[in-house]
Design a protein around this ligand. Structure first.
Ligand code: ATP
Ligand code: MG
Length: 279
């Protein structure tokens, strides 16, 4: 038995409108390119409740990273609204933390100084000691204590990505946006990071939006999965993943998870135009 919701409806936690952290209403966006207008997003409507974890999957180039920039206020949509906890997003937000596939750590700074960077930019009243305590508590949470004085090049790819996660969260953002953060890692490191992400989420209770191409990753981490269609992207399918917050990798091999993965794979084939939707 699966808990797939129909598009835009159902009984998901997002119905509690006063408790919605990220809300997209009919968001559309078109880029002007040398070849003419390129419609990328088409009337996207979905929301992420406070403390929720939503994964967005969809074909390459369908507009997923564009969506993250709209939520972070780095761009304004042509039509529709993005709201963060009810407030219309029109400018870049400090309350959003972001981590990407490439961690882009600064080589001339130690790991802890890289993690501290947002606290040097975002206004706050913390003392240097408080800032360092905050950074160290995150580094401990992701298993990097003891590496705080190393340079980024002295760490493995997985460790750099852990540090990047700490940097994205150090200023306690209300919303954490992860754009394929584990995409460049080998399968085992990636699974380790998924478990770290669970621990981080449990401790920090941040609202998360994850962009991924990995359906297992989406099922393992998210409580809601949004499947976007090919460009211009619409919300093709919404799935609630009702597995609770205590998850282990074995949970990916249950009949329920297999069924969820099959539904998602089928939806991706439709999005890529390789299959027809069921009538
Ligand atoms: N600033 C821009 N100007 C013009 N076109 C853009 C701009 N940014 C993105 N695009 C185009 O918009 C489309 C969507 O890009 P986007 O990066 O959002 O896709 P994506 O779903 O994140 O892709 P991927 O899965 O490969 O990361 C692509 O065709 C891209 O070339
Ligand atoms: Mg992208």
């Amino acid at each position: 038995m699966t808990d797939t919701l129909t598009k835009g409806g159902g009984d998901s936690a997002t119905d509690a409108s006063d408790d919605i952290r990220i809300e997209l209403s009919s968001v559309s966006h078109t880029f002007d390119t040398a070849q003419g207008p390129l419609p990328v997003l088409n009337e996207l409507t979905f929301s992420v409740p406070t403390g929720g974890f939503t994964a967005v999957v969809g074909p390459s180039g369908c507009g997923k990273s564009t969506l993250t920039r709209l939520i972070a206020g780095l761009m304004i949509p042509d039509a529709g609204e993005v709201r963060l906890h009810g407030e219309l997003v029109r400018t870049p937000r400090h309350t959003v933390g972001m981590a990407f596939q490439n961690p882009v750590l600064l080589e001339w700074r130690s790991i802890i100084d890289n993690v501290l960077l947002p606290l040097e930019i975002v206004p706050n009243k913390l003392s240097r000691a408080d800032k360092e305590a905050r950074a160290m508590s995150l580094l401990r949470l992701v298993g990097l204590d003891g590496f705080e004085h190393k340079r980024p090049s002295q760490l493995s790819g997985g460790m750099r990505q852990r540090a990047s996660l700490c940097r994205a969260m150090v200023h306690r953002p209300e919303v954490l946006i992860l754009d394929e953060p584990f995409g460049a890692l080998d399968a085992f490191t990636r699974e380790d990071l998924w478990q770290t992400m669970h621990a981080v989420r449990k401790e920090e209770k941040t609202t998360c939006l994850l962009i991924t191409h990995d359906l297992r990753e989406a099922v393992f981490l998210a409580d809601q999965i949004v499947v976007l269609s090919g460009r211009p992207a619409t919300v093709q399918h919404l799935m609630a993943v009702d597995m609770g917050h205590e998850r282990s990798l074995e949970d990916l091999y249950t009949p329920e998870s297999t069924e969820r993965l099959n539904i998602l794979r089928h939806q991706i084939e439709i999005a890529q135009g390789r299959d027809k939707p069921d009538s």
